[in-house]
Write a protein that binds this ligand. Sequence first.
Ligand code: NDP
Length: 342
Amino acid sequence: NDDKKKLGWAVVGLGKFATEQIMPNFKDCKHSKLVALVSGTPDKAKKLAKEYGIDEKSVYDYQNFDSIKDNPAVDIVYIILPNSMHAEYTIRAAQAGKHVLCEKPMATSEEDCKKMIDACNKAGKKLMIAYRAQYEPYNLDAIARIKKGELGKIKFITADHGRHVKPTEDKADVWRVQKKLAGGGSLMDIGIYSLNAARYLTGEEPVEVTAQIYSDPNDPRFKEVEDNVAFTLRFPSGALACCTSSYSYQSVKRGRIFGEKAWLDLDPISDYYEHNMKIGKEDGEMEPKIQEGNQFAAEMDHMSESVMQNKTPRTPGEEGLRDVRYMMAIYEAAKKGKSVKV
Ligand code: NDP
């Protein structure tokens, strides 16, 4: 029976991303199966449990969630709640003896990230942050090409992530414009993809950041969280990254790496199902075709395998903490109008 090689997962928060992307993609997992749900909306949870063949006894709400400790079928808990709730549910899951995969951004403060890491360490449980792009074939291929030296010395990265946030039309955007739940605006939600990409593509940690932020003061969406962010990162090798994030420009998710010998374009760099790569060299341009893969299944299986083999996941809590620390430095640099050393 194939199912014997699979660990049991609980999904916490049955919103747009959980129901449209994560839950349907367990079907492609080799080592992960969905066995429990946690939700504050009983009717929705009941309906989804039926659809996914989950026992009603394995459906929890936010009050009785801690009793998941008595459910031996659940090995891993996947937190897909609004950002500021990640910390509480990660800590409660660890205390219930479960391993945790947590959505990005890891939390809304460095302090919360550290508490999450400590709670998982104390419980002897794995903690991974869901940086799906780091499990996606086009991005992995780009990282390999850079490591091999195909682009030569890396000089620049540009990365842009924007879309229209629509709190009056899309329920999933309601909490995104509330500081208490989101922690911040476009930077915390999608600018983090630009930031994380600049780090995994260079393989370096930034040493200095600068930033400017602008939000239309008359736009009611941006009373609590920021709209447009432009930030730069300087890496120890001398490579620079120029990144943008926005909640008000036409949808873009792209990155370009400028090397001494070649540039490499990923557009989109962080889509769910489709990617494109273009490489420009002195003798012309090429578009390598790479086999698309199910990044969601790859990511979840990496977590399951990390648990089965008792290994630290490739994107552990410490990876999430670094991005939160750099995002706080970006906010600080914008506020002070001065570069910030990190
Ligand atoms: P949604 O609003 O669609 O889902 C969040 C769910 O959390 C809700 O449906 C609800 O589920 C639960 N919830 C509990 N308390 C609240 C509250 N006070 N307000 C709103 N929801 C609450 O958001 P998304 O699915 O878009 O995002 C969820 C998380 O996933 C975020 O951290 C986001 O950054 C991340 N995400 C990651 C993506 C990626 O590509 N890696 C893409 C999209 C999102 P219920 O009714 O079951 O209780």
